[in-house]
Write a new protein. Sequence first.
Length: 462
Amino acid sequence: MAKKMSEASPALPGAHYHQFGPCVLQYLEEEYRKGAREDDPMPPVQPYHYGSHYSNSGTVLHFLVRMPPFTKMFLAYQGFDFGVRQNGERVNHVNLPPWARNDPRLFILIHRQALESDYVSQNICQWIDLVFGYKQKGKASVQAINVFHPATYFGMDVSAVEDPVQRRALETMIKTYGQTPRQLFQSAHASRPGSKLNIEGELPAAVGLLVQFAFRETREQVKEITYPVTSCAWVPDSCQLFTGSKCGVITAYSNRFTSGTPSDIEMESQIHLYGHTEEITSLFVCKPYSIMISVSRDGTCIIWDLNRLCYVQSLAGHKSPVTAVSASETTGDIATVCASAGGGSDLRLWTVNGDLVGHVHCREIICSVAFSNQPEGVSINVIAGGLENGIVRLWSTWDLKPVREITFPKSNKPIVSLTFSCDGHHLYTANSDGTVIAWCRKDQQRLKHPMFYSFLSSYAAG
């Protein structure tokens, strides 16, 4: 796969001169020498290797077509009719390489991995030297076959040209040829460190029991709710509280903490969100993407906009009540769980735009789900599912293939809730009997265990 990707990626002018053949190098060097010839009838300019630039106006406009509002404008102008090529093939959708399996999402995921690979980390410093560093100008740029037309460099003084015709010509060249960014570094850029050593081993468990969960001196500030609350979600930094009711209505509360007692909360306003017809089974807030996902016993799954508190779209296709939901804070992908007709559960993975990535059947009932939150490109995240038999099963977010299972022999109760820590080093699971288990890697078992929030009156770790 790596060979195919490298063959499909042509080098930019001046970016990888060592990959050019001897004929190309000879041609570029000859072009540079032509600029110093005294018998050239054109006005004298500094010699250069390239008369064109990697960031000219045509290239910029070409990429702007892929960004709104230019995309919509060109589609409306052309009616999506891009004509026919000389070989008779009609220009239509982008053809993906074979290794992408005709899957745009896989194409992007693989490129994220490639951009964060050890090869790129060790060699991107050379690109920085050429574009922003010491090989951009001077003798080093000549040796690197990296000299462009003088009009493309930062600091070109147009006012120094007295001839108005030549001045206008120079201004036109600057606008159309392209522009080299300002030089930032005068010495070689350091390479990025390689990947850390991967350590494999069994995952130990630190067990804790939550003895009490209560506020002291709490004063009820919320008005009476007619229908029982079946789920809730909280957005701490924006002080928003969402509750889902048995009748299918979601209520959004705007609240603030009072100055009197830290445990006092005042509800300032409330908005009702309508979209479900039966009991809300779960609410999940994904703050990085400003969305909330709600699921219901009627089989519906709805994405809401947190900023405007309005409906975005529904995730259709669930044939039974949706019992669990979660979203990735790195990609915005959404995982939903619903009961399967033949027993067990069906796990579905969606993009943040509502496209179904895939689904997998689990023979056991999945009681809860959560995404790991490692940076994309340097790792492959997983979906953790808490099963009814006390086992945690991990699936790849790329293709939903099972990765591994985490078991704790002393507990076989259903895992009703689970979540990863912010740094991704710990996985917390809560069983139906009230036991909380904190999982960590074997090489981290001697580290200080993370403390629970202060409003939990006590905890025990073993």
